[in-house]
Design a protein around this ligand. Structure first.
Ligand code: ATP
Length: 331
């Protein structure tokens, strides 16, 4: 039997007056998945997350959380979802434990489970020992984010949604939040939005890319690489005449393009190549580029495009498609 998706979104659209913030957005997230929601500023990430968590209604379309329709049963959905909004506002004058107990009561966590639920959330977020009785106003940004995540975990919801959980954090704090997200894996379905692409690549099983209110790509990093940046990529450094690299490769039967060329000191250059040929290419490339008079090969290594390159390719394609489908203005 097929399991019910933790999240299903169908043709979700939201207008703010004349502005279409999201347009016919469709996606599903399966139980236990950790999904990254990626998009430039103003793409519609927060709008989608707010609708999913029942804070805001959609103009049209539908969303379900654990099979429950958000518009029809917002109260039930709120029990199934833990939401940490962007720039999570917290009361500066409360103690961490007091605040979380207050939040647990608001979320209608049953009285007999309340203390245990708060304790468990504080333990998962590493607050129990260090910050339990601290005044929130005195906490660092990293610890404030932990309080926000602990809040989202109260009542053990099926789905955790985090809007920019690492924004404004230093590398140590980011590492802490990353570990925390790793600990949630398998116990909750997680959607997190972030601008930090290596962060998403490192933490998420799958990525959904949204641009100007529309989903432009969805898949694992590998699937997206295949779709948007096919071909084998290599980095190499040479000494000598860089303009001879492509002719030399062509003579040996390789179809290659230079993606990037960076001159280095002493007649050296670093090149990034895309090769269309299939198969295990490394040894053949070394052979093709060695023992000839115009340059010396110093190093060669395969290079996988990172999520930033995939993201740029996906959003560029969606931008070009929009330009192409726009009617031409005639005078
Ligand atoms: N309350 C609102 N009223 C009017 N327009 C809004 C409102 N909230 C968002 N918008 C607009 O809707 C679009 C999508 O915004 P949204 O906040 O969902 O994007 P985002 O991807 O989360 O961006 P960011 O990463 O900057 O938060 C933007 O053009 C934004 O200016």
């Amino acid at each position: 039997m097929e399991s019910i998706p933790s999240i299903r979104v169908k043709d979700l659209t939201r207008q703010y007056g004349a502005l279409t913030a999201i347009h016919k957005v469709n996606f599903t997230v399966n139980p236990g998945e950790v999904v990254g929601f990626l998009g430039p500023n103003g793409a519609g990430k927060s709008t989608t997350m707010r609708i999913l968590s029942g804070i805001m209604s959609a103009t049209s379309g539908s969303a379900w959380v654990g099979g429950t329709c958000v518009a029809q049963n917002p109260h039930e959905v709120k029990r199934k979802i833990g939401y940490m909004p962007e720039n999570n506002p917290l009361p500066d004058d409360m103690r961490v434990v007091e605040y979380l107990r207050f939040r647990a009561r608001l979320k209608e966590v049953p009285k007999r489970k309340l203390r245990a639920s708060v304790q468990e959330a504080m333990e998962i977020c590493d607050l129990a020992r260090t910050a339990r009785r601290k005044i929130i106003g005195t906490l660092s940004k990293g610890f404030r984010q932990r309080v926000g995540i602990a809040d989202a975990l109260l009542g053990d919801p099926e789905v955790i949604i985090m809007d920019e959980p690492t924004i404004g954090l230093d590398p140590h704090q980011i590492q802490g939040i990353r570990k925390l997200i790793d600990n949630l894996r398998g116990k909750h379905t997680v959607i997190l939005s972030s601008h930090i692409l290596p962060e998403i690549e490192r933490s998420c099983d799958r990525v959904i890319i949204i641009n100007r209110g529309r989903i432009v790509a969805s898949g694992t990093s590998n699937e997206l690489r295949e779709e948007f940046l096919p071909g084998n990529r290599f980095s190499l450094s040479i000494e000598g005449d860089a303009s001879q690299v492509i002719p030399q490769l062509a003579a040996k039967g390789f179809e290659a393009t230079i993606l990037e060329s960076t001159p280095l000191a002493e007649d050296r250059a670093k090149l990034s190549l895309r090769i269309e040929n299939d198969g295990e290419l490394g040894p053949q490339l070394i052979e093709a580029l060695s023992n000839q008079s115009t340059f010396t090969l110093h190093s060669l290594a395969p290079r996988e495009p990172n999520l930033e390159e995939i993201f740029l390719a996906a959003t560029k394609r969606s931008w070009e498609e929009t330009i192409e489908t726009k009617p031409k203005i005639t005078t």
